[in-house]
Ligand binder design. Sequence first.
Ligand code: SF4
Length: 573
Amino acid sequence: MVEIKVAKTSGFCWGVKRAIDISLETARGKSEPTYTLGPLIHNPQLITLLESNKIHAIDDIGRIEGGQIIIRTHGITPQKRKEIKSKGFSIKDATCPLVARVQGLIKKYSKKGYPIVIIGDENHAEVKGLKGFAETPVHVIESSMGVAGLPEYEKVFVAAQTTCDVVTYAEAVGKLKNKYNSVEVGDTVCDATSDRQSEAIKLAAEVDVMVVVGGRNSANTARLASIAKKCGTKTFHVETDEDLNLFQLSGSKTIGVTAGASTPNWMIDRVVEKLKTLSRPQSFLYLYDSLRFIVKSNIYIAFAGTVFAISNMKLMGMEKIAPISVIVFCAILSTYLLNQLLRNPETLKMSKSRRYRYHLKHRVLFWSMGLMSAGIGFIISMTYGVMVPLLFFCVVFFGSTYHFNLWRGKRILRITQLMDIPASKDFFVALAWVIVTVVIPYLAAEAATGYVIPLIFTLGVAYIRTVLYDIRDIGGDQIIGKEAISVIVGKEKTTYSLYAVMVFLSIFLISAFLAGKAEISIIGMLVGLAYLLWFSFYGIKKEWRFSTKFELFLDTHFFIVGFLVYFLIAISS
Ligand code: SF4
């Protein structure tokens, strides 16, 4: 049994909470755009949330025209503030009051003629901002090591970056006092930081392993990780639960969890949830990691889709199904893989950062798998005349380049990429499923019959599947554009459309059976619909909607339909 100890101080500090509240309030109901000068906080998942509320992070005001500028917790220099105002932007100040206090102290002592020494990271936005308040010489050193290189002065004022490590600050102040006759010391490490750091030190001494949760660019999170490491405790810095490698943690009896001031609580909860699985047997960890790879690499959906296509082929009375099944498998695998690999990394980072990182990690392997399956599928399809390879090519090409800029940035009918066409995602995905699992097998078969039922059923379930993904990803889609129906008509109406399609398909199948146009195998399809209905209630609402389980359970419906239809056809013939 693994004991997990979570630091009481982990999660958002009040300064970050305040900045988020100010930003959301500023953007609410405004027609003009809202920008933050730099990311509001160093947490990709929260940046996604802000983007969905139309709050965009920019590096410089040079490229924008008009709007409201929010100053983040780190603050800015007085010169930058003047520049923003002179360009006509309205400013909303979310500088943390504790940072503003340090700015005030630097200004005050500088006016009194004190040269300023700041202990912190010279490249950090807060330190850049602080420097702007000094009218006397200002020096930034990272630690006591930098004291020797400072010029000789009679007196200095020393301040710490608010997220500075308290021990480093104390050491540097000690050395400064040895060097200069008069040293005025600002007590500027914020409580939120010092409390977190003290608790991290205490926790690191009690546990076998420390897990520090938070953005990699977050200074205070990185500092917590380095403090825990300095205590001699094995430490892992993770942005989300996806970064956790359970194998590296297996064998630990006690695990400490802490998080930076910009880490939301729900992210800490997810990490803790995942850590709890360590109490399960070792074989479970292998199973979990293998399953995740199979799902994330799209092998699972390719297999599920192939089993489903085989049942369609059986419904169409086909006998030779092996080579066509390979074509189907290759088409699904290559299209999904290449589509994900060819997405704009910036957009993906913002909207689906976890999936993006997984693909980034296995980039070479996934590219090889995607290109190989596209090549193998195309070569086999060429043995079936002209139409089969042509359709195979179209599905893989347009499916892969769906998010790609088609005409090199030019807009034709306001469209630069296929995803700009409203609701295109739901339409194209359903169409591609029909082509791959019904039309290609039908064209490749020597004597196929009865394609109407597989065609309508596939169109319906492919739509249901895509819409279920849309409902889950609605936050991300709102950022990317109007590619999904759920973004245009809203989550509620999209959910109703889902049930309408389910009802239509059920009535259609039962009517076809009663009219003698369908066999008993339709029971397999009806069971598949019942499973999707269950999933639409349970899967969307359960907390695993953001985990691999969502994809695993949703795509299992293709296996259910495929195996049941195949089995029912086999026993009835
Ligand atoms: S860490 Fe401290 S200084 Fe920084 S935003 Fe939070 S409360 Fe303010």
